[in-house]
Design a protein around this ligand. Structure first.
Ligand code: AP5
Length: 206
C-alpha cells in the first residue's frame, strides 16, 4: 500500500508511523528525518535546508521532490511506502502523482491547543529515532529504549512552533481538500491515547 500521513506539526505522524509501517510492511519515509540526517552529515542538501528548518519554514519544493523521487525508486518501496511529512504543498502533491500516486491519505486531526504542548515537551533520540514526551519520561535527557542522549529539536522552541503551525495552515492544510476531492482522504481523531489512534488509523484503511 502507498500511504501518506497528513497532519499539523505534533499531530503524531512520527509516533504512529512505527506501528503502521510494520503492520503494512512498507518503509516509513519521513522527509523531516531525512533532512535532519542531511543537516547532521553536512551534505549540500543539509547545508541548504538548515536555515529553512531552523526558522520553521518549508524547504524549497524542488529539493524535496528530488529527494523523494530518489528515495521512492529504491528497492524497499516496491510494495509501497508510508510517507510522513511529504507532500506539504500542492506542487509537491502534483509531483507525487507523477512519481508514484498514493492509494490513501490519513489526516491525523488534533486541536491547535494540544499541539504546542506536545511539541514543546517532545524529546527525540538521535540513535534509535524514538519520540517521547517529557511527561512520560523519568529522565528527560536519556532515551528509555536505547539509553542514548535525548535531543530537544531546534524547531521545537515556542516561537518556531508558532511559525510552523502558521506555515501548516497556509501551505499544507489545502491538501486536505486536494485529497478529499480525489476520494483518498480518511480523517482520524489524533486527540486520543496513541494506542487508540493506531487502531483508528488501521480501521480507516480496511
Ligand atoms: P517534520 O520533521 O516532518 O516535522 P512536522 O511535520 O512539523 O512534524 P513533527 O515531527 O513536528 O510532528 P509529528 O506529527 O511527527 O508528531 P510526533 O509523532 O513527533 O519536518 C521538520 C521540518 O523539515 C519542517 O518544518 C520543514 O522545514 C522541513 N520539511 C520536512 N518535510 C518537508 C517538505 N515535504 N517540504 C518542505 N519542507 C519540509 O509527536 C509530537 C509529540 O506529541 C511527541 O512528544 C509525542 O510523544 C506526542 N504524542 C504523539 N501522539 C500523541 C498522543 N496520541 N497523545 C499525546 N501525545 C502524543
Amino acid at each position: 500500500m502507498k500511504l501518506i500521513f497528513l497532519g499539523p506539526p505534533g499531530a503524531g505522524k512520527g509516533t504512529q508511523a512505527l506501528g503502521v509501517s510494520s503492520k503494512l510492511k512498507v518503509p516509513h519515509i519521513s522527509t523531516g528525518d531525512m533532512l535532519r540526517a542531511a543537516v547532521k552529515n553536512q551534505t549540500p542538501t543539509g547545508l541548504a535546508a538548515k536555515q529553512f528548518m531552523d526558522a520553521g519554514r518549508l524547504v524549497p519544493d524542488a529539493v524535496l521532490i528530488d529527494m523523494v523521487r530518489e528515495r521512492l525508486s529504491m528497492d524497499d518501496c516496491r510494495n509501497g511506502y508510508l510517507l510522513d511529512g511529504f507532500p506539504r504543498t500542492v506542487d509537491q502533491a502534483e509531483a507525487l502523482e507523477e512519481i508514484s500516486p498514493p492509494d490513501a491519505v490519513v489526516n491525523i486531526a488534533v486541536p491547535d491547543g494540544k499541539l504546542l504542548e506536545r511539541l514543546a515537551g517532545r524529546r527525540v533520540c538521535g540513535k534509535c529515532m524514538g519520540t517521547f514526551h517529557i511527561s512520560k519520561l523519568n529522565d528527560e535527557r536519556i532515551c528509555p529504549v536505547c539509553k542514548s542522549e535525548l535531543i530537544h529539536r531546534e524547531d521545537d522552541k515556542p516561537e518556531t512552533i508558532t511559525r510552523r503551525l502558521k506555515v501548516y495552515r497556509e501551505q499544507t492544510a489545502p491538501l486536505i481538500g486536494y485529497y478529499e476531492s480525489k476520494g483518498k482522504l480518511r480523517t482520524v481523531d489524533g486527540d486520543n491515547r496513541p494506542e487508540d489512534v493506531l487502531l483508528s488509523i488501521l480501521a480507516s484503511l480496511e
